[in-house]
Design a protein around this ligand. Sequence first.
Ligand SMILES: Cc1cc2nc3c(=O)[nH]c(=O)nc-3n(C[C@H](O)[C@H](O)[C@H](O)COP(=O)(O)OP(=O)(O)OC[C@H]3O[C@@H](n4cnc5c(N)ncnc54)[C@H](O)[C@@H]3O)c2cc1C
Length: 431
Amino acid sequence: MTTTSSSALSYPPSWYAASVEPLPPQPALEGDTEADICILGAGYTGLSAALELAEAGYRVVVLEAERVGWGASGRNGGQILFGYGCGESKIENLLGRDDARKLFDWSCEGIDLIRERRERYGIDCDWRDGHCTVAIKPRHIDELSAWRDELAAKYDYPLEWWDRDTLRAQLDSPRYLGGLYDQRSGHLHPLKYALGLAHAALNAGVCIHERSRVLRMTRGDAPVLHTANGRVRCKTVILAGNALVHGVAPELDRKIMPVGTYIGATAPLPPTLAQSLIRNGMAVADTNWALDYFRLSADGRLLFGGRASYSNLTPPNLRSIMRHRMRKVFPQLGDLDFEYLWGGVIDISLNRAPHWGRIGPNVYFAQGFSGHGVAATNLAGRVLAEAIRGQHERLDVYERIRHRDFPGGRSLRTPLLVAAMSWYKLRDAWW
Ligand SMILES: Cc1cc2nc3c(=O)[nH]c(=O)nc-3n(C[C@H](O)[C@H](O)[C@H](O)COP(=O)(O)OP(=O)(O)OC[C@H]3O[C@@H](n4cnc5c(N)ncnc54)[C@H](O)[C@@H]3O)c2cc1C
């Protein structure tokens, strides 16, 4: 899928993999070992929980099928956002106004947590402040202005409305009619941040095993996670495998749908050109269901994301589709191509709300980030860790969100989702 050779780090090739200091490979699990907590998955969720628990004195082992940050955490758009994939109204419908307010405030804590960790552990991850959600059509202006009013009235969260000219002064694209700007949100280099979290976790005493795929879990008073060459017996398990895990806890698999999504990175642009595209350096996303999202990297590349695949297949003409979309936003870039193009998988829940909780007394999980997980996963790790330490009030609230299985089981859910998404794409195109 990419134009560049494979990274020495054995990550799937991406600009992210090509621009990080490697973490020394962590040994695969060999033989039997014991831990207080065993965590499946070294993405943000697993690492965040591992760090909190190790700092609280627990013996923590993380089992990662590939490498630290190999999944969505090392490939995403880097946009650090408040809220959840389903939006505030959906949470309010599901939980009522008081709990919706709590969840909203906690989601903002997720943003602050990244800031804190960046400073506390010295994680150099190219953080930039600012995010703008932009309107393409007149109906988007109405939607954004209703959203702004809702956030101000119910969540005391002020966003700035920028009309077309104000927006154009920062974002040199003819495509947008205005936007909602948020100074608290921002963007970062996702893999640098994941590796920084892993460093912090290792320093806190966490034992990370890479190349250690969990094949099955034995439940009970002392659950066991089994890999090809070893076993971890523990008091408590955290399942943080996101869209990539399946077969370990089938009751969780049924609640999420893996969806592919893609990002292209241009070569570094001449500094004056790069700066002219997004003058204030913010991240940008539009309001379409199948949205475009983009930002500049620290070395002046345009990172342009979008295009979902609901069929588990990479779209055949992905490169030209992505270039076409980038050209619609920035026609001044002409035929500019991507130097890197990569994909990743997001874990969509049926209602797009977060699915965090427990299965049994000693198996915890967080999934269903629905493409909106950079800040929320950091928070999820903290909320799971708190619950394991006996403070389960916050997890109890998330657990009250009801989740349904995807209809059609494993074989039929993909075609059904493709049909549903085609409708949304039509809506993006025509209304
Ligand atoms: C292309 C892309 C763009 C995105 N852009 C944004 C964005 O801009 N903003 C935003 O908020 N969100 C974004 N997201 C979503 C966000 O990246 C995710 O919600 C978040 O990173 C999920 O973190 P995680 O730790 O739960 O999962 P992951 O990072 O996927 O980590 C799960 C880990 O578990 C491992 N694993 C799986 N199965 C096993 C097993 N059996 N045994 C051991 N290990 C296993 C995997 O190898 C993986 O490393 C994007 C996602 C993608 C893919």
